[in-house]
Design a protein around this ligand. Structure first.
Ligand SMILES: [Mn+2]
Length: 373
């Protein structure tokens, strides 16, 4: 039996942090489209069971259009059972907007709910496969562990949404204590909330997995995104898991060291060489972080550089993380105003080194009669 495990689709996310209105709207549509495509993938692969481990929707203001589309996707896939456990970004508005919950949409609550979904192993040692889940909130987050009782004879999939305790919490999601879930008879712990794919051993018997989000939304979500397919062998009951990359667009964040560059044109070449080597698809979102220490007199025009590459990708930006170095030895005996200025700044004990190079950079720009920026 094959089971698809996804999470953190975040439908109807605003997507406006980098993108203009038009592209943000397009990305919103793409989120929905990729969810639809994922269900299509399940249908093609004869997967009859989809676990959504929380945060299917993003906000309280989920549009009626998105709700309707998700409803249609579910009712138009009657051969697939959807097990939807709500996360901290789901607020129940989808469910409350539906007059009648479709037969193939199974929900969870604040107490453990179990569904029998199939068999593993036809002959000897035949085991039933169960999906058991609980939605965490401030009240039950600490107490759900003692109320979890699984039949160890079964194949047990447990679904939860929250921050596994060894990760550092980014927001006020509930903490999941893996320690308290060990040796409870779990074969596969299907988690949601962390937006990056990860899988590891839970205990001698089971594994735990975050599939990550289906599609990266911003530069804080780079890398591959998709879902996980769990394949439980009908005869042996052995499980294989596979991460399926599925995102429509990729998000890349890369550092390019421009220490050796002496001009904007050198930097352009440096970035171009880097990008040609990486060969990111043109529909990607790309952020280049310039690093290294450049000479304080080096011309560095970020706006110009951005314009040189922005047409090559869906979205492109450059973040300037360079620092300045001042070769003040070369000005030690310089009798010009420039030399005098640099010696003065460098002699100041009340200014730190970083500020000194900034001051010198601006000072030199002013002396050259340039706009200061
Ligand atoms: Mn979440």
């Amino acid at each position: 039996m094959k089971i698809l495990h996804c999470a953190d689709i975040h439908l109807d996310s605003a997507m406006t942090s980098n993108l203009d209105k038009e592209k943000a709207r397009e990305r919103k549509k793409e989120l929905l489209a990729v969810f639809k495509d994922m269900v299509g993938y399940a249908a093609n692969e004869n997967i009859k069971c989809i676990i959504i481990a929380g945060d299917l929707f993003d906000t309280r203001n989920v549009s009626a259009g998105a709700r309707k589309e998700v409803y249609n996707i579910i009712v138009n896939s009657p051969d697939i059972q959807f097990y939807y456990l709500q996360g901290n970004h789901d607020d129940g508005s989808f469910i409350s907007s539906i007059d009648e919950i479709p037969d193939n949409l199974k929900m969870f609550g604040k107490q453990w709910t179990s569904y029998k979904v199939g068999h593993a192993g036809q002959e000897l040692n035949s085991r039933d496969i169960y999906i058991t889940g609980v939605e965490l909130d401030a009240e039950n987050a600490g107490s759900v562990y003692c109320s979890l009782s699984l039949n160890v004879e079964n194949y047990n999939i447990v679904v939860m949404h929250g921050q596994e305790a060894s990760h550092i919490s980014k927001n006020n999601a509930q903490i999941i204590s893996l320690n308290e879930l060990r040796n409870k008879g779990i074969d596969y712990l299907a988690l949601g909330h962390v937006h990056e794919y990860s899988m590891d051993r839970l205990d001698a018997r089971g594994i735990y997995c975050y599939p990550g989000c289906l599609e990266g939304r911003g530069f804080d979500e780079p890398g591959e995104h998709g879902f996980v397919v769990l394949d439980i062998d009908d005869v042996t009951g052995k499980t294989q898991t596979e991460f399926i990359p599925f995102a429509r667009r990729h998000i890349y964040v890369s550092q390019v060291d421009v220490s050796d560059c002496e001009s904007t044109f050198d930097m352009e070449k440096c970035i171009r060489d880097y990008l040609e080597n990486e060969a990111y698809p043109s529909n990607s979102l790309v952020k280049i972080e310039l690093t290294g220490a450049v000479d304080v007199e080096t011309d560095k025009d970020i706006i110009y550089l951005t314009k040189r590459f922005e047409d090559k990708y869906y979205y492109f930006r450059i973040k300037d993380d360079t620092t300045y170095k001042v070769d003040y030895m070369s000005f030690e005996h310089d009798v010009s105003l420039k030399g005098e200025f640099i010696r003065n700044v460098m002699a100041r004990a009340d200014i730190n080194e970083e500020d000194k190079s900034e001051i010198i950079r601006y000072g030199l720009q002013a002396l050259r009669g340039e706009d200061i920026g």
